[in-house]
Design a protein. Sequence first.
Length: 261
Amino acid sequence: IYTNLIKLENDPTKTIGLVTLIEDITEIRKLEKMRSDFVANVSHELKTPLTSISGFVETLKSGAIEDEEVKNRFLDIIDIETERLARLIDDILTLSDIENSQHKVLHQEILPSDTLKEVEEMMKPIATNKAIELLTEIDLNLPMIYGNRDWFKQMLINLIDNAIKYTPREGKVQLTAYKRYSNLIISVKDTGIGIPKKDIPRLFERFYRVDKARSRKVGGTGLGLAIVKHIVLSFNGKIKVNSEQDKGSEFIIILPISSAK
Ligand code: ADP
């Protein structure tokens, strides 16, 4: 709070008014805290695979390399952890790229049905690998939308990838897209493990996971949904989650078609 007394010009001993300026720094403080929390989280997340890699390298160097079977097992772990590290860095860069260009979003023409089909083709082998059926119901007359095409694709990939990751073998993932009023609705629904009610409000926070061990096991970075949220925002859209534990989850994206320029 800054306070200034206003004095009478020809008689500075007389005060005629008081100006008080209150600057709200709570928002700035909050942003600073979020930033420093993020740096701390990133450092921690990067350190976990690094510690594991250096641990296994050390063990190999101090003799384990002699045993062919142990050696191969350790090299596999090092391989997995290196991949995790690369994915984490990719996701951090994607997130920061999306956040930094939020005010200068590309307005490319996007034909949703083409991208949806492309993503379906891309994700099918991953689903098949887990004996999961990837079903699609895509309206062929979806209107054109405008925005960053790569981000639109990334958003779909992240949601379908999660649906596959958190659905046990032989489950189903359904991708639906249609137009309702002036919105494009995209739903990704699975028959997976579901999400406890209490966790739903925090899902889109960076590095928030319902079950850290499970996320690690399926190769998650904890950033997938934070990326999705920022992309949805760049389309002026909304995202909703319906979920029931042990039954499945549905992520619904609502993008205004009027986001066209
Ligand atoms: P992660 O890399 O851990 O998957 P995300 O940001 O993509 O990170 O998702 C955050 C958390 O939300 C996940 O760790 C998981 O607990 C939960 N989650 C996301 N999608 C689903 C889903 N389809 N079914 C069940 N849980 C999900």
